[in-house]
Design a protein around this ligand. Sequence first.
Ligand code: TYD
Length: 226
Amino acid sequence: MIKNKKGLFITLEGGDGVGKSTQLSLLSKTFSDSGFDVISTREPGPFLTSVGADIRNIVKNKDMHPETEMLLFFADRVEHVKSVIIPALNDGKIVISDRFYDSTRAYQGVNYGQENADKVELLIRHFVSDCTPDLTLYLDADPENVLNRAVEVGKFENKDFDFHIKVREAFLNIAKDYSYRVKIIDAEKTLYDVYRNIVDVVNQSCNLNLQYLSLDDVNLIVNKQS
Ligand code: TYD
């Protein structure tokens, strides 16, 4: 299934608070331990681009028209794709991104309805059709459980529960529509089980033989992050 000519492009998707960032660190270390050259990145606002942090700051903190917001996510993405992802893939690197255009499909589709959903598809076709992920890992969790967990650590102040349910439904539909590249990972299991499931899916989908990190290594990485 690998389409990108030299490197490999993997995206992690999911609702807020499902643990994408931690799993990205673990997957990245798993690749580098096997001798691969890996770049970890994220949207919105990868620090790897010169404008990413600025766009992130605007899009996350300012009120604006839905179409402005959608275009800002795309401006950020185009810069990310052209200046980071494509060059890295051409160098044969593994690129792992915390969120990519499936997040726009899910979040902006839910927020702003079908008309905007069509515009998102148009932007994908026109601006980033040369950068389809080889594999997308969708970390799925019941928002009720994630929301309860997240409230304890102070996230989600600005979003209501219904929103998270709809985002999850949208992601599950995306997983159905693009089942050839989007794989659903049960993110409600223990962190180590989720991690091993991810490695299994990557090995199977990309025809690789990555070895699991030990539980001790995983705990070290997780503790460093928190
Ligand atoms: P962030 O702090 O990066 O959260 P997370 O760790 O959950 O990724 O905030 C990103 C937010 O932006 C998140 O709520 C999802 C949203 N988002 C969109 O609405 N559209 C997009 O295209 C992207 C990439 C993110």
